[in-house]
Design a protein around this ligand. Structure first.
Ligand code: PMT
Length: 400
């Protein structure tokens, strides 16, 4: 079974009358692709922008517009859709919809569904800047938050009117990531603080050149997203910007070099329950980075002197679980076990980075987990998100 947090979930997608309604079609499609069952509920105004048939075709389910349409499921049992919802996603939510919700109204299919549901509500406003900033809209949103709704702030940029400002529907990735966070809030890592590192460090030679490695950050980002999906409060220390879906609900700290990573990790592990280092930290850096671009002149060769970087994982300690990764191309067992010991780890996840589909840059990974108590677990080739969940399963056991 898929470990995607939205797989098998009943999501009610409420669409209101805004030009951004067409973007709700992408949300519906992405939700269906990850295995969610989507019931679309539209305001009458929304149907002026996008036809219900669009959502019906994408979700393979009837779309509800009229509260009292005899053919509509809602008319048969007007709370059925609301009752089975795991979450309600209102995207786009107009000022009008937000005002009616804040007034507790149930005068159309969308508001009636929200009022009849006990599920968490995620509101994604989209409107003109002044409407969004108006004290009435802000007060309405504050009231809905007080009642437990989660609001995904709109983005700034070009609006339908041609003006620039805040009010664009948030990025679909941010919306889906927030939905994942909301659904996972009571997961088995709820109340835990997890620090994850990701990506290859960049060791500057001069302002335009650096030494790095092939780490894309995918493994670490999958760990951060999976820990967030299971309720953890996650800090992601990374050299690569995560996609918006991963970043939602995660405290992202961008770094470049091993020394940057060391100070970010040292800061983040204070009061953490676990540190998982999936980053590929450069063992060496240029002794000094030139202040200006080094010119080739007529030189035939260039000798760079490298000095040792600190070992981030070995140098942090405290009452938290320490999990390392080991990127190996041979003698995996020996190398992984010696790192487990030398760095004082609870477990180390070893991957053969020379194997196709495994290690650097791929979306899959084949890992062997070596535990401090001597247990060894060989996992098959799996998507990195699933590898992340297997590692977190072990973390949950270690945390007791
Ligand atoms: O980012 P991807 O493209 O998805 O690729 C994933 C990955 C291959 C980078 C990942 O799965 C992985 O193996 N990460 C660890 C890479 C590595 O640097 O391994 P290592 O064997 O050199 O280091 C062992 C451990 O010590 C690692 O947890 C590393 O983060 C840590 N380390 C290493 C050196 C250093 N100076 N400080 C450290 O903390």
């Amino acid at each position: 079974m898929s470990r995607h947090p939205l797989s098998g979930k009943n999501i009610v997608l409420g669409v209101a009358g805004s030009i951004a309604a067409y973007k709700a079609a992408e949300l519906a499609s992405r939700l269906v692709q990850v295995g969610a069952q989507v019931d679309t509920v539209m305001t009458r105004e929304a149907t002026a922008f996008v036809a219900p048939l669009t959502f019906q075709a994408l979700t393979h389910r009837p779309v509800i517009v009229d509260l009292f349409d005899p053919r509509s499921e809602l008319a048969i049992d007007h709370v059925a859709v609301a009752k089975r919802a795991d979450a309600i996603l209102l995207a786009p939510a107009t000022a009008q919809l937000i005002a009616r919700l804040a007034a507790g109204m149930a005068d159309d299919a969308v508001t009636a569904t929200v009022l009849a549901a006990a599920a968490p509500v995620v509101i994604c406003p989209a409107m003109e800047t002044n409407m969004y900033r108006h004290p009435a809209t802000q007060a309405n949103l504050a009231r809905l938050k007080e009642w437990g709704a989660v609001v995904v702030e709109p983005a700034s940029g070009r609006l339908a009117s041609g003006a620039e400002g805040i009010g664009r529907l948030a990025d679909p990735g941010t919306i889906l990531g927030t939905l994942r966070w909301v659904l996972g809030r009571n997961g088995d890592l709820a109340g835990r603080r997890v620090v994850v590192s990701a990506g290859g460090t960049r060791e500057a030679i001069d302002p335009v050149r650096y030494i790095t490695n092939r780490s894309s950050g995918k493994m670490g980002h999958a760990l951060a997203a999976a820990a967030r999906d299971r309720g953890a409060q996650v800090t992601l220390v990374t050299t690569v910007a995560p996609d918006p879906e991963t970043a939602a609900g995660v405290d992202v700290r961008r770094v470049e070099s091993a020394l940057d990573m060391l100070s970010a990790v040292q800061g983040a592990v204070q009061s953490a329950d676990a540190l998982i280092m999936a980053a590929a930290v450069a063992d060496f850096r240029p002794e000094s980075a030139a202040a200006h671009k080094v010119k080739k002149g007529d030189a035939d060769a260039w000798t760079l002197r490298l000095v040792r970087n600190p070992d981030v994982l070995a140098s942090v300690s405290g009452p938290f679980i320490k999990i390392g990764f080991a990127a190996e191309t041979r003698d995996i067992r020996e190398n992984a076990l010696s790192k487990l010991k030398a760095k004082g780890l609870h477990m180390i996840v070893a991957n053969d980075v020379s194997e196709p589909g495994s290690g650097f840059e791929s979306d899959t990974n084949r890992v062997t987990i070596f535990h401090a108590d001597g247990r060894v677990e060989e996992l098959p080739l799996l998507p990195k998100l699933e590898v992340a969940h297997r590692v977190l399963d072990r973390l949950v056991e270690l945390l007791g």
